[in-house]
Write a protein that binds this ligand. Sequence first.
Ligand code: ZN
Length: 214
Amino acid sequence: MSTQTVVPEASMLSDDLDSEVLIERLRAGPWSCFTCGAPVGGHEYLVGYVLGLADEPRCIQHLAEQAQQPAVSLLEAVIGHISRRDCLRRAWTWVGVEAGLAEDEILRPPSLFRAAATAGAPAVTSTHHETKLAKQRPVAPSEVAERWDAGELSCGDLVLELRMRLRALQPGQIIEVCSRDLAAPQDLPAWCRLTGHTLVSDEHPVYFIQRKQE
Ligand SMILES: [Zn+2]
């Protein structure tokens, strides 16, 4: 334990607060899968939270179905994102500690990976691995179907609302998002890669996101 006092930077402070709020939410678990009713633990809740499914928790198999990718590769991608974001990593660690996992199992919980391995590939497979590599380009105002000022919404709440707004658009339509969340430059591109929507252009605080084809 260090006795040094470190004055947190704004972004660290916001991450501290986010992880506390997130851990409070995790105390409310377990949940039931929105699709099949199976029990949903904290790890699955967090994977859904990252995907924008905080209000509809799902088991790993149905998270994979929502994300339209095999459960194991979805887990790998989401855990990669979680490990780079302090608030998410703290919450993920909290779940592992509560579950009594050994230190070397915390980041990659063995039971979760076993469940993912048996979930198999979802019936629907998307082509978003190509679309996510699309080159960024300027967006004309006439191309924008919706403008949304997301204010300082962050992390799971930002993508929860964004997911609902994209769902209301037609495939291929573009939403312009203004987000003053300090982590948005990391979070929104990562979320687009995870979900298959296309980040057409981004210059913080403005992001143009095109709804995927379905
Ligand atoms: Zn399920």
